[in-house]
Design a binder for this molecule. Structure first.
Ligand SMILES: Cc1cc2nc3c(=O)[nH]c(=O)nc-3n(C[C@H](O)[C@H](O)[C@H](O)COP(=O)(O)O)c2cc1C
Length: 383
């Protein structure tokens, strides 16, 4: 499984660009079985994400699902709501009030989660359902509910301070999530509903359910009709390293035990992710019964043929992800598109094809010098 990952490849209006299509198709060609297209907005938003708020966008998603299906993979869309009040923002934008637009953008989820009215929440469910129907028309197989962002902020004991029926007890905080799942089940009964169960651990994250409640909440999700769960570290702290730990921050497979605790309490398939970079690691998790499916994100940027190589017993040929976060996280934060530093084709799947050299030569590889120039980390030694 390729779990949801911001790429920056989509068009500004949210349509799937040819760059995006080439990237996901390459993953499917390399043997990835289930691909989740991340953060698909069901509303016209300012967020640089894929968007599916209008029927005119269905065709670009259809092209993507057709391509991915050619290689036998399944495609999911992760539906989310942006961090702010989209209606207010669009009205301000239409009125040309750009200063107020900027202020509103900074008035983000930590406020929105507690200010959004019940009516508006119901309206958001309607929008998400309409998006799911469009996804179905586009031939997409799975709807993944993004259990971080708005849904996770509502579940959170740290972010949700509401006193209405969406705040307080665990039942109240998870009410919106369960209502959303039930509504999706009604409008797209034939689609698979995957739920990204964002878990807040004692050390990390804010937007999700606390670790101690995760197994119980998972049971409620199953009862509400969820078909599969994707267990991952919650974020919303402003610290990307919580969810996407670079080397040295978290051990390999750091979410396997938490996933295992959830899996014990449900009968639906459960996937996990978090620094799983070798087939041996994934196989260990499966053998120990901690998950049914292995999510591999950054390691698939490094080598899109990961799955086929693992299947053909060629694990030693896999180009290893070093969890440097330079070509993925740093690029996204710099408003660029992802281009993995150990895979020169990544981000350029349409145009770059690395082939064996026609004439073999001995070459000296000189590591590029540090991007900080003055080298605060001492990596001057690399050049
Ligand atoms: C550049 C980048 C962007 C990400 N964007 C999202 C996202 O939009 N939605 C989401 O649920 N997770 C997102 N994630 C988190 C991943 O789904 C995954 O949990 C995380 O990368 C850990 O898995 P890995 O160690 O296999 O990379 C992102 C990860 C990366 C590297």
């Amino acid at each position: 499984m390729f779990p949801p990952l911001t790429t920056g490849y989509e068009d500004k209006d949210g349509n799937i660009s040819s760059q995006s299509r080439a990237f996901y198709t390459r993953l499917a060609k390399g043997g990835t079985g289930y691909i989740v297209l991340r953060d698909v907005a069901p509303v016209r938003s300012f967020a640089p994400t894929p968007k599916l708020f209008d029927d005119s966008q269905i065709d670009s998603f259809r092209l993507l699902s057709d391509n991915v299906h050619t290689y036998g993979a399944k495609l999911g869309v992760q539906i989310f709501h942006p961090e702010y009040d989209v209606n207010v923002l669009n009205a301000l934008f239409a009125a040309g009030e750009m200063q107020k637009v900027r202020t509103q953008l900074n008035h983000d989820m930590q406020y929105f989660v507690n200010e959004v009215s019940e009516d508006a929440l119901m309206h958001i469910i309607d929008k998400m359902c309409a998006c799911a129907v469009r996804a179905q028309k586009a031939g997409i197989d799975v709807i993944q509910v993004h259990g971080d962002r708005l849904v996770g902020a509502l579940c959170s004991t740290q972010m949700n301070t509401r006193t209405d029926k969406f705040g307080g007890s665990l039942e109240n905080r998870t009410r919106f999530a369960l209502m959303l799942v039930q509504a999706l089940k009604k409008v797209v009964p034939d689609m698979i509903i995957d739920y990204k169960l964002s878990v807040v651990t004692p050390e990390c994250g804010k937007g999700g359910v606390d670790e101690i409640y995760a197994p119980e909440f998972a049971q409620w999700l199953e009862a509400a009709g969820v078909d599969m769960l994707h267990v991952g570290q919650a974020n919303h702290t402003g610290n990307m390293a919580d969810t996407i730990p670079p080397m040295g921050v978290q051990p390999y497979c750091f979410f396997a035990d938490i996933t295992g605790a959830v899996k014990q309490e449900v009968s639906i398939p459960v996937s996990t992710s978090g620094r799983i970079i070798d087939p041996e690691m994934g196989e260990g998790i499966l053998q120990n019964g901690k998950a049914d499916m292995i999510g591999i994100d950054r390691a698939l940027l490094a080598d899109p043929d990961w799955a086929n190589k693992a299947g053909a017993d060629k694990a030693t040929d896999i180009v290893r992800c070093i969890c440097c976060n330079e070509g993925c996280v740093d690029n996204v934060l710099n408003r660029s598109f992802i281009a993995c530093v150990v895979n020169p084709e990544n981000g350029f799947e349409e145009t770059r094809f690395i082939t064996p050299a026609e004439m073999k030569k001995n070459v000296v590889v000189r590591w590029r010098s540090c991007r900080y120039g003055s080298c605060p980390c001492g990596c001057k030694e690399r050049s």
